[in-house]
Design a protein around this ligand. Sequence first.
Ligand SMILES: NC(=O)c1ccc[n+]([C@@H]2O[C@H](COP(=O)([O-])OP(=O)(O)OC[C@H]3O[C@@H](n4cnc5c(N)ncnc54)[C@H](O)[C@@H]3O)[C@@H](O)[C@H]2O)c1
Length: 320
Amino acid sequence: MENAKIFITGGAGFIGSYVVEELLAYKPARIIILDNLIRGSLENMQAFINNPVIEFVEGDIRDRELLEKCVAGADYVFHMAALRINSCAANPRDGFEVMLQSTFELAELCLKHKVKKVIYSSSASVYGLAQHFPTPETDNPYDNQTFYGGAKLWGEQLFRSYKFMFGLDYVALRYFNVYGARMDTDGKYTEVMIKWLDCIRDGKAPLIYGDGSTTMDFVYVRDVAKANVAALLAEVTDEAFNVGNCEETSLKQLLHTLLKVNNSTLAPEYREANSVNPVSRRLADNTKAKNFLAFQPSISLEEGLYELSQWYFEKQKIKI
Ligand SMILES: NC(=O)c1ccc[n+]([C@@H]2O[C@H](COP(=O)([O-])OP(=O)(O)OC[C@H]3O[C@@H](n4cnc5c(N)ncnc54)[C@H](O)[C@@H]3O)[C@@H](O)[C@H]2O)c1
């Protein structure tokens, strides 16, 4: 990777900004970030925006000319720009343009400009409610009901076909529930941590909608960034990998740990479930990533929630 030119879409975002930080340690010649800041921010890039290796381009991946300028000369591409699951549901046409059309244009441009490898951010959403727990990559994707999950799966299949037809090397990473400092504070699945942190700050009872038995597999963002770099460095192509923490955590357990790391004695209050969540369980099987990428998550939920809490309270300049 030393002296390589790397292009990253969505590099001003939550996960993307950590991938950039991780990549800088490998001394690339250049990292070009294309982001329209619809969700990403200059604040996320604070640690590296003034580094001479970094070139930040504020713009849209739907702008093909701009996209080509960024891809031209790149050795490696990380494709992370995407709309959130809720945005895709609210505006499927935008979802189509950003997640499908632009990913297609990017694949075409990677081929044209002889990019050596693409690392594609996919999602555990491709499984819908999985068939097996822990879920291996071989579980089928037919239970996904979301536009977002469908778009991520199509992206994987697009790169798969471009490998088959034209030899374009790629790896797809199916992230589970990513959390950590700089995380999204409005997302459907992640906002609960932030809402509870607000309750801890204000000394109010945290609310659990439903019985709190829905489970997720929470993986810390720095581990996800490490998986991205591992996917680039490993001699592997044409494969999709789960990236989770391999721990199934219910909402109830999540709240318990969040209260614990913040030394809070607040008790939760339960409310009737206000939405139907078709995905009641998530648990990754990371065996494949361990074998092919030598990737293993290293940050426990307790450590991660502590770091998240510190960041969130610091951000608000609130002392608890
Ligand atoms: N956060 C998670 O739990 C999670 C789970 C599975 C998969 N993913 C995937 O990982 C990737 C990164 O996610 P994240 O959590 O960092 O989200 P994020 O929203 O913070 O990052 C996405 C970035 O893409 C940018 N972007 C969106 N549309 C764009 C466009 N048209 N042109 C240019 N830039 C655009 C946004 O401004 C943002 O900075 C995404 O592909 C996402 O789908 C995330």
